[in-house]
Design a protein around this ligand. Sequence first.
Ligand code: SAM
Length: 251
Amino acid sequence: MWDDRSALADLQLDSRERVLDVGCGTGELSRVLASETPGEVVGVDADPDLLAVARDRAGVETVAGDALRLPFPDDSFDLVVCQALLINLPDPVAAVREFRRVSSDLVAAVEPDNAGVSVESTVESESDLAARARRAYLRGVETDVTLGGEGTREAFREAGLSDATTRRHYHTRTVEPPYADRDLHSARRKASGEGLADDRATLLAGDLSVAEYDDLRSDWREMGRAVVEQMSDGEYRRAEVVPFYVTVGSI
Ligand SMILES: C[S@@+](CC[C@H](N)C(=O)[O-])C[C@H]1O[C@@H](n2cnc3c(N)ncnc32)[C@H](O)[C@@H]1O
């Protein structure tokens, strides 16, 4: 995701002494932070299994903990940052307040706007079906997965941070030959409908009826079978673009 790191410029990574990555998961961002800053990087997450991966992959110190009650004293870090965490929280402002408590200087958040995702595919129906499923998901999901730049800046203001600025970063995920194992797995899940079934409760929590869900799933599986077929001929290509927004505010 961070081949191009220009959108991280406002984090001033080259002059940080102690950086906290909240909701670090497997350490995707921690790894980038560790390679860009001369300071120490600590990852915190609620899931100890993910932290073990982050320790191995990113080589950073990790601590198990809750983003809403960080296990650190006030002003312990000069940068507290998260990536794709606030969109998963029912009260992102409460989390940003907690980031502010443990930071002595900057707070940053890298959050997507999932309403702005686009998909291009060699399977003709995939782009429209992905948009149809996404619209239903956005109507049913309980947290704000469209926070992006504007929503995050608002959360920063409410949490008492000042001078919040945002830079946009497009993350493009491509699938093309030779296919990675995860891409083959994902294609099989489309063909079986499993992927969509995992989100059934969320899709039905919006205004999608059961009949409309069944209809979507049937079209989805047909699309998945076409993906699997094109993959077996080495002809399948897909590009998904997710807009991410890097917001930075001062204490
Ligand atoms: C979408 S993942 C993002 C992981 C990582 N930041 C990245 O960009 O790859 C969200 C992460 O937030 C963690 N998480 C969710 N709620 C949390 C909470 N209240 N406290 C700490 N971590 C939390 C999850 O365990 C998960 O690892």
